[in-house]
Design a protein around this ligand. Structure first.
Ligand SMILES: Cc1cc2nc3c(=O)[nH]c(=O)nc-3n(C[C@H](O)[C@H](O)[C@H](O)COP(=O)(O)O)c2cc1C
Length: 177
């Protein structure tokens, strides 16, 4: 099973990145880190599909059996970096593919709007967004160890288990079982 997590934070030392690397290590998923991938602003011009950064992104997305979209909540929505990366992709990368959602929020009861925003956009990509989703606030982290604290880790585990279940069901469906 090939799972990919997309870190939608452009901050190299952001909390979304810590959550993504925690999930990457614990569940052996592949990481697309938008704080490292230098994608330009999508403009729909043909030249952009020749970019090495785009080819790398689209190959990873194509090969993924399931994708976790992770974003900081910015002004009640997903980050511009994540939306831009998704604009480079299309339904050919997401059609019926199980997708899980994670939002990093500021701790003032935020995060849900970014999750709902990603859910709407992922529907536009024809993804199959699973019911479980998580919000990580600043107090969900062990900053020295660069990992999630136990309660957030537990919720991440439940989400990952559900994602894997949906990936299995999707694979059975494709095989006609
Ligand atoms: C421009 C901007 C807008 C933000 N808007 C929200 C918001 O609407 N809701 C919220 O809960 N947090 C908001 N925050 C706080 C971030 O979501 C929070 O700090 C998060 O951890 C940032 O992720 P990062 O550390 O990966 O960059 C905002 C932060 C910035 C810089």
């Amino acid at each position: 099973m090939n799972l990919v997590i997309i870190n939608g934070s452009a901050r190299k030392n952001g909390r979304t990145g810590i959550a993504c690397r925690h999930i990457q290590k614990k569940y052996r998923v592949d990481l697309i880190d938008l704080s490292l991938l230098q994608l330009p602003i999508f403009n729909g011009e043909k030249e952009q599909i020749e970019l090495a950064e785009y080819k790398w992104l689209e190959e990873k997305a194509s090969k993924a059996d399931g994708i976790i979209l992770a974003t900081p909540e910015y002004h009640n929505g997903m980050s511009g970096a994540l939306k831009n990366a998704l604009d480079f992709l299309g339904s050919q990368h997401f059609f019926q593919k199980p997708v899980a959602l994670l939002a990093a929020a500021g701790g003032g009861k935020g995060g849900i709007n970014a999750l709902n925003n990603m859910r709407i956009v992922a529907r536009g990509l024809y993804a199959n967004v699973i019911p479980r989703q998580i919000i990580v606030d600043p107090d969900c982290f062990d900053y020295e160890k660069e990992e999630l604290l136990p309660e957030a880790d537990r919720l991440a585990r439940l989400m990952m288990e559900e994602l894997k279940l949906y990936v299995k069901l999707h694979s059975m469906m494709k095989e006609g079982k």
